[in-house]
Design a protein around this ligand. Structure first.
Ligand SMILES: [Fe+2]
Ligand SMILES: [Fe+2]
Length: 217
């Protein structure tokens, strides 16, 4: 039928659903789809758990502008998870069934409320805004490192994953700039602009949005 067509057949037998051409073409170009998909699980686990910026945002009392910017970053992390998780399946992988396993293997520290020196628990009545902003900033920096590594792994072998990673990276660099601006002013009294105003809608995700979420949040 298609034997005489250049791309009519390849390393995966016709009708074989146990293998994916979408993964094998990555291997044929020097990539390692198994390593890559596990790296993606670690990376989107970090996106999934940093979506729980919720508690950090809620403790920025008195700073409505900080809350709004944190909310944009929070919602965009959800967009990053939603964008990439189908790629894990396409590369023959699966999401961890146990959400605790998923959280444990992420590639970034938990974004949780700061704990006072010498204490075990955050003092939620005396939350330090500077400390929260620093945690947010470092979470964004971890994301930049993570997606830069994914770009490195995919640049020459997997244009689909590379496209996703570089789109996310654009937003992570936005996020770092936002929190540098806020922390510089809050902690040091310095003006250190990000050049940012506001997203069109909360969590607009201008680079990484795939399909709009059904709840339009
Ligand atoms: Fe993110
Ligand atoms: Fe981010």
């Amino acid at each position: 039928m298609s034997d005489d067509k250049k791309h009519g057949s390849g390393s995966v037998a016709a009708g074989d659903t146990s293998q994916r051409v979408g993964a094998e073409v990555v291997r044929e170009r020097g990539g390692d789809p198994e390593e890559l998909r596990e790296k993606l699980v670690d990376a989107i686990g970090a996106e999934f758990t940093t979506y729980y910026y919720t508690t950090l945002r809620c403790h920025l009392a008195g700073h409505e502008d900080y809350k709004e910017i944190t909310e944009d970053a929070r919602l965009e992390d959800r967009a990053h998870f939603e964008l990439v998780f189908p790629r894990v399946f396409e590369l023959g992988g699966r999401l961890p069934n146990d959400i605790r396993d998923f959280a444990d293997r992420v590639s970034c520290p938990d974004a949780e409320l700061p704990t006072p020196q010498g204490g075990d628990e955050p003092d939620v009545t005396q939350m330090d805004t500077e400390d929260i902003l620093e945690i947010l900033l470092e979470a964004e920096r971890c994301a930049i490192r993570t997606w830069s590594e994914v770009c490195d792994m995919t640049r020459d072998c997997d244009p689909r994953t590379y496209d996703m990673a570089q789109r996310i990276l654009n937003e992570e660099m936005d996020h770092e700039a936002w929190f540098i601006e806020l922390l510089s002013k809050e902690r040091d009294g310095e003006i250190n602009p990000a050049g940012h105003f506001v997203r069109g809608e909360p969590g607009d995700a201008p680079y990484s949005t795939n399909n709009r979420f059904n709840d339009s949040a």
